[in-house]
Design a protein around this ligand. Structure first.
Ligand SMILES: C[S@@+](CC[C@H](N)C(=O)[O-])C[C@H]1O[C@@H](n2cnc3c(N)ncnc32)[C@H](O)[C@@H]1O
Length: 412
């Protein structure tokens, strides 16, 4: 499987072997020379992998290889991406090979080197440019899971819902000091300030820093919101204390083996009785990081397991107050982003190039499918430092629809 292959014939053998080892839904492969083969369970193909021309002869990592084939236009994927993602999850042992070695490679890396590498990784993603994200994010520039309270909610409305839900859970009151770790373009910070809080938002992205500051100035809230370009590792609980901490879509960057450190730091910055809302993508404990995502989208990221997060709390004086999954909300958010992204794809091609544009199509489409058909989930976890005796008596006010509005059978 590893190393150079002399040509199309050999790579076809290798791909046949690979596809024959996959478990899950029935699928078909259209090879570049006209051969059509069926794999997986019996039945009508749930998806088709269509090789439009001979792929490169070098295959080191199956997931990265197939992802690159898609980016290069060598491979088109037709049919259900949900089923494709389901097959990838069911075939993890065949497809994901490098996790253990990668984790070992990191052991012993100096803290400073880790910090620089993580910072560069994060900046590479978020500093693609405000012009790029502005093309397809909603008007609030929120780059995280929205909350589709009602089936007809637009993305804009759903992002407003998510921000309101998060601030409601945190029971923000005027005068409170709030820290937003990973504040993006400042939407949450702005909304907290509109509720009368004094907010510090931090981000590693220079583009976000500039965008958020401009936006807050335009809203006339610069006296209540400060946005700093800094790493959360440089915050110091001895100098600054907060009543509330919120962190949305940042924890995935904290990295394997550093969760305890994150909780220790946030605990040291929170007043006794203070509340923290952690909003993060989650997955099974045994989940391997997808090597294509690792290479092209989020290097150094790690998806935590919800039970690991909960287990880590008591050592840092945190108590679990409330926790919920927003899984299908993220699938819907990603669908909305994908539709908007596809509408402006030609602009993305002129900003970057065709390969980049296809890479992002794959990322958005694959991620949406991974939340519906794969093993990704997303949780909002509300914790208190020690006891908070002023919490709401019941949480009904968060979910005040008269009757529950449910997702359809297929999660749409
Ligand atoms: C997915 S974005 C979410 C942004 C925002 N919370 C939202 O919901 O739109 C992740 C954010 O985490 C920030 N981030 C990642 N690692 C960080 C670190 N070590 N210190 C501070 N911010 C970090 C990024 O700069 C980015 O703003």
């Amino acid at each position: 499987m590893l190393g150079e292959m002399p040509g199309g014939h050999m790579i076809k053998q290798v791909l046949r072997q690979l596809f024959a080892g996959l478990r899950g839904a029935p699928f078909a492969v259209h090879y570049w020379d006209g051969e059509i083969a069926s794999y997986g369970a019996q039945g009508k193909s749930a998806f088709v992998l269509n090789f439009t021309r001979p792929p490169p002869a070098r295959l080191e990592d199956p997931v990265v290889y197939l992802g690159e084939c898609y980016m290069d236009g060598v491979l088109e994927i037709e049919g259900s991406w949900d089923a494709l993602l389901g097959t990838m999850v069911a075939s993890e042992n065949t497809l994901f090979r490098r996790g253990a070695t990668r984790a070992l490679g990191w052991i012993g890396e100096r803290l400073q080197a880790r910090r620089e590498r993580q910072q560069n990784n994060v900046r590479r993603h978020y500093d693609l440019g405000n012009d790029f994200y502005r093309l397809w994010l909603d008007e609030s520039w929120t780059y995280s899971c929205a909350y589709f309270r009602h089936p007809d909610d637009t993305l804009e409305q759903a992002q407003r819902n998510k921000i309101a839900l998060s601030l409601d859970k945190l029971a923000i009151r005027p005068g409170m000091r709030v820290l937003d770790i990973g504040c993006g373009w400042g939407g949450m910070a702005l909304a907290a300030a509109q509720r009368g809080a004094r907010v510090l938002g931090i981000t590693l992205s220079a583009e976000q820093h500039e965008g958020a500051r401009e936006r807050i100035a335009r809203a006339g809230l610069s006296d209540r919101v400060e946005i700093r370009l800094m790493d959360y590792l440089d915050l110091d609980g001895r100098r600054e204390q907060f009543d509330r901490i919120v962190s949305v879509g940042m924890f995935e960057h904290v990295g394997q083996g550093h969760h305890d450190d994150f909780f220790a730091r946030t605990s040291s910055m929170l007043q006794g009785g203070g509340l923290m809302l952690l909003h993060t993508i989650t997955g099974p404990e045994s989940r391997e990081t997808n090597p294509w995502i690792e290479k092209y989208i989020f290097p150094g990221g790690h998806i935590p397991a919800p039970e690991t997060l909960v287990a880590a709390l008591p050592a840092h004086s945190f108590k679990l107050v409330h926790m919920e999954s927003l899984r299908l909300h993220y699938a819907r958010t990603l669908q909305c982003w994908l539709a908007r992204y596809q509408a402006v794809c030609s602009e993305v091609v002129s900003m970057f190039d065709e390969r980049f544009a296809r890479m992002w199509t794959m990322y958005l489409r694959g991620s949406s499918a991974a939340f519906r058909g794969g093993d990704l989930d997303i949780h909002q976890m509300l914790v208190s430092k020690g006891n908070n005796n002023t919490l709401p008596r019941d949480w009904g006010y968060l979910y005040n629809s008269a009757a529950p509005l449910c997702w359809g059978e297929d999660g749409d």
